[in-house]
Design a protein around this ligand. Sequence first.
Ligand SMILES: Nc1ncnc2c1ncn2[C@@H]1O[C@H](COP(=O)(O)OP(=O)(O)OP(=O)(O)O)[C@@H](O)[C@H]1O
Ligand SMILES: [Mg+2]
Length: 246
Amino acid sequence: MSAPILSVRALERRVGDVEILRRIDLDVMPGEAIGVIGPSGSGKSSLLRCIAGLDEVSGGAVMVEGRQTRPGDGAVGMVFQQFNLWPHLTARENVALALKLVRRMPAADAAAKADAALARVGLGALGGRKPAALSGGQQQRVAIARTLAMEPRVLLFDEPTAALDPELTTEVLDVIRDLAAAGTTMLVVSHEMGFIARLSTRVVFLDHGVVVQAAPPAALFGAQAEPRVRSFLQTYLDRVAWARDA
Ligand SMILES: Nc1ncnc2c1ncn2[C@@H]1O[C@H](COP(=O)(O)OP(=O)(O)OP(=O)(O)O)[C@@H](O)[C@H]1O
Ligand SMILES: [Mg+2]
């Protein structure tokens, strides 16, 4: 049995009187894809942001490979709903930027690494394009390549397709699925329940900042769902049904 690559221990986040995350415990093994679901305001983004070091935690710890993470150590990479690409830079330059500025990589090496990352998301031919000349799905794939290029140990996706038209969603989900199949450790927040059901090794259901249930998708989307999970999923039953039968 190998050790967890990511350990979240008694993680708490409070802002004023508001308890956003309440003693979250989660161990993620190398190569796992954890789906994170739950109602709006349940703390999904906060959990990912705390793991990524973007939100201050009030208690507990986040460890990657047994070491407490520090902001900027690159252990965790995050992909957001909004792509946040620089409009005046090409796809390649967008991906290479942090390699040059943060990793101090020489420009030619950073460009080569950026091209390799773009190739992994199926955009090897489009590195010279600026965001305005790319579809939303392609822009999100550039954003994924930008995160991949930093070689994080754990990848976090916060509703990566929520800003996309339905037809463009598939190409981004395909990229995430391929990364998972290649053994990338990841946590994915998404309302695409069929995708989560098929992608995830385990699914975590959050409500009011608490993990209500963490279980393999067959259990959480099936007969072993907790009542709160079941009532939430009622709204998604049609889509979950085809995912379960697939
Ligand atoms: N800086 C903050 N100050 C006060 N409350 C906050 C802050 N950030 C988040 N919250 C609150 O924490 C709770 C969890 O927010 P979070 O964005 O993590 O939820 P979520 O599950 O990602 O929701 P959604 O599905 O709508 O994206 C919400 O009630 C939100 O209003
Ligand atoms: Mg959110």
